[in-house]
Design a protein around this ligand. Structure first.
Ligand code: SAM
Length: 187
C-alpha cells in the first residue's frame, strides 16, 4: 500500500486540510477516487491519539485491508505502509521530537523488506541548531552520520535497515544551504 499522505496541523501554521484539496489533486493528476483512492487525514503527529509509537512492528500481511476513507487517525495503519515520504518535515522539530517522530513513522512501516521511509530536510556538517537557512528560523539539523545512526540503531534494530543519505551543498540568495536527502529501507 502506498499512500499520498498530507499531514497538516492547524495548530502549527494555521493550514487546514480541506476536502477540496483532494478534488483539486484529482483534477491536476487526472485521477479519480477509484483510480487513486487517496485520503486526507489532518492531525498532529505528536498527539498519540493520532499517531502513537507502536510497541513492536506488527506483521499485518494476513489481516484484511483497511478502508482508508473511514480513518480518523494514523494508528490503524501500524505496520501497513510500504512507502512513507516525510519531505521538509523533520527539521521543524528539536532533536528529541525528531527521534519521537522517526519512531512513530517507523511503527507505520510495513514489516516487508524493501519498505521505505524517505524525505529531505535542512542538514549540516555539524549536528545542532542552525539559523542559516531560508526560513531564517532556528532549525535542528542532523549530519548524514548522525541521521543514519539515529535510524539504524535508535529507531530500528541495528543492521535491520539500510540508510542512504546525501548532503547537497547549495547556495541560495547568498546563503549556504545544506539539504539532507535520505531513505531508510527495511532489509
Ligand atoms: C514545509 S511543509 C512540507 C510539506 C510537504 N511535505 C512538502 O514537501 O511540500 C511542513 C508541513 O509539516 C506540517 N506539520 C508541521 N507540524 C506538524 C505536526 N505537528 N503534525 C502534522 N503535520 C505537521 C505542516 O502543516 C506543513 O504542511
Amino acid at each position: 500500500m502506498v499512500i499520498r499522505c498530507f499531514c497538516e496541523s492547524s495548530l502549527v501554521n494555521n493550514l487546514y486540510v480541506r476536502a477540496e484539496l483532494l478534488t483539486l489533486s484529482h483534477e491536476r493528476f487526472r485521477t479519480t477516487p477509484s483510480s487513486y483512492p487517496g485520503c486526507l487525514l489532518p492531525g498532529d503527529v505528536f498527539n498519540s491519539a493520532f499517531l502513537r509509537i507502536a510497541e513492536s512492528s506488527s506483521d499485518v500481511s494476513s489481516t484484511p485491508a483497511i478502508d482508508l476513507s473511514s480513518l480518523e487517525s494514523l494508528n490503524p495503519l501500524h505496520g501497513r505502509i510500504s512507502v512513507i515520504n516525510a519531505t521538509r518535515l523533520f527539521h521543524l522539530f528539536n532533536e528529541d521530537k525528531q527521534l519521537h517522530l522517526a519512531r512513530a513513522l517507523a511503527g507505520l512501516l510495513s514489516a516487508q523488506p524493501g519498505s521505505v521511509i524517505c524525505g529531505d530536510q535542512i542538514g549540516a556538517l555539524k549536528k545542532g541548531f542552525t539559523g542559516n537557512n531560508l526560513l531564517g528560523s532556528q532549525l535542528f539539523a542532523h549530519t548524514p552520520e548522525t541521521w543514519a545512526s539515529m535510524w539504524n540503531g535508535n529507531v530500528f534494530e541495528k543492521g535491520s535497515v539500510k540508510v542512504e543519505t546525501d548532503l547537497l551543498d547549495r547556495s541560495v540568495h547568498g546563503k549556504q544551504l545544506f539539504l539532507l536527502r535520505w531513505s531508510v529501507t527495511r532489509l
